[in-house]
Design a protein around this ligand. Sequence first.
Ligand SMILES: Nc1ncnc2c1ncn2[C@@H]1O[C@H](COP(=O)(O)OP(=O)(O)OP(=O)(O)O)[C@@H](O)[C@H]1O
Length: 293
Amino acid sequence: MTDETERGPLVSEQPEPTTPAHPSGAAAGTETVRGGTSILQIENLTLKFGGLTALDDVSFEIREGEILGLIGPNGAGKTTCFNAVTGVYRPTSGDILFEGRSIVGRKKHQITQLGIARTFQNIRLFPAMTALENVLVGADAQHRTGMLSALFRLPRHRREEEQGHALAMDLLRFMGIHRKADELAANLSYGDQRRLEIARAMATGPRLICLDEPAAGFNPAEKVELMELIRKVRDRGFTVLLIEHDMKLVMGVTDRIVVLEFGRKIAEGAPAEIRDNPAVIAAYLGVDEEDAS
Ligand SMILES: Nc1ncnc2c1ncn2[C@@H]1O[C@H](COP(=O)(O)OP(=O)(O)OP(=O)(O)O)[C@@H](O)[C@H]1O
């Protein structure tokens, strides 16, 4: 739905309400945990917008520690899939299991607390907040102390604040933008805003991080840099689900790729298999050169 070169405006978004994350990320309650090394299972996912079937019986899994690419021509259903995983849309049918339990019907902030974070096609930062403050908003999702300890500035709360600050600075450094910590998000370059979005997503302490076209609007050199960065994100212990239009980037950085077309999964496999898959080649014929490169 978006032009790859589109540089989305900063859109202010209210922070999600934050309550304590589950310390271990393990299932609270008695649900049975299914699936070995699979961290996310999409099972027969169908999502309809009125008469339009955006996702049609899609199934795939993401394994812990991998970088999985989700690709497909414009309108194939990639973002809809992200939105279903992150609680923006409720599937019409099918299931989504995160670490073995269904997350269908959970609210966005609950899904964040369970350990799934995302970035957006069109950058969404708090433009009037500094880079550091934007990341601190993400880090807040990990806080365990409540309103009272914050109000009375109890030692535990102060400790958490310090830890949050240290984590935020560490993430800004990791993304190479620590020198911009005190600059307003609105004043950062486009590339730094994209990096800041990833830092903020990482600050929520996710185990799965979903990146929606992180290279949109990047020049070739920035794309190469981003590829390195995505690998570093994975090496830091995150599992990565990546929507990306740039084929070179996708082929160069992912372990496996799932291909959607008109809401259906048409292929799944290692990058080399996907590159040679006739159905994938056919799906991409007729799209602009940039997409097919
Ligand atoms: N909120 C919505 N209401 C109605 N239709 C929608 C909505 N969101 C997406 N769609 C439709 O669902 C289909 C899949 O859209 P989606 O944005 O998921 O595709 P995509 O693969 O992410 O495309 P792109 O690469 O262009 O971003 C499209 O036909 C789109 O028009």
